[in-house]
Design a protein around this ligand. Sequence first.
Ligand SMILES: [Zn+2]
Length: 329
Amino acid sequence: MKFMFISSIIALVAAFACTSQSGSTSDNQGPTADTVSAYRPTFDADTAFAYVKAQTDFGPRVAGSEGNRQCREWIAAKLRQFGADTIEMQSADLRAFNGDKFKAVNIFARFNKSATKRILLLAHYDTRPWADEDPDPANHTKPIPGANDGGSGVAVMLEVARQLSITPVEIGVDMLFVDAEDYGDSHSGDESSWALGTQYWVNHMPYSKNELPAFGILLDIVGGVGAKFYREYHSELYARAINTKVWTAARACGFGQQFVNSQAGAVTDDHIHINRAGIPCIDIIECNNPSTGSFPPTWHTLADDINSIDRQSLLSVGSTVMQVIRNEK
Ligand SMILES: [Zn+2]
């Protein structure tokens, strides 16, 4: 994914603020005191951490690579183990901006398939082919380990799936693990070069118009050390009520420190395409790191390895997602 520089955001944010003033006012309030409770839904951070480690043990998971294939089979096996009703492997012959061709495979799993109300969780499982933000230019052509960027979102989703297998819920939960998110062009403004797997999925949607999920939550870069999550710009623009729902749930289960109830910059990521497909979708992503002003300093570097993963960050995000799921009726 890619961060849109703040200078170009300010005009957009200002425009949005002007056009949205006649909308809901309650969203501005954020979490209220009566939503705060000591209740924290079960989510095991050690298991989630182990799921990040399992992915990095495959090596880089670049789209079309052997590591990608092995990781994909491991994810599918976990989903089978946790009782998914259906698991679909959706293959697509794709071509990246630089001409690289590969077979991308999205994994789409459904829990409680017959439930009429559903939500969608998604994360990318591929990792960036080039550490093009690494401080050492010699590393710019090497693939990143992708512990946080790729591994963390998948790990949280799989631990959510495991928890749902232990304590089921009545709503349907669909999980989409997309390929080829991070094969994009960081030097041009070509936003369409990113999120290739999601773009393909959206163009071959498994839902009819009247069975769309109520909303979606994208998990990306959710495991950084001391991560704080802000309300990302596009999420706020397209799915503000979902942001409010999630940030309220975070505070209710004791993670108000990690989920800061104010807006951050814009990220080019999978959720943009999910929103365009008619599913309100937010992105939980660390995009306001104090040392960079955007993603954590390990982003798209060789330092995005297992040592850059913080169990507390996985816990805050996983518990919040569990709380959101259990709040839905
Ligand atoms: Zn990335």
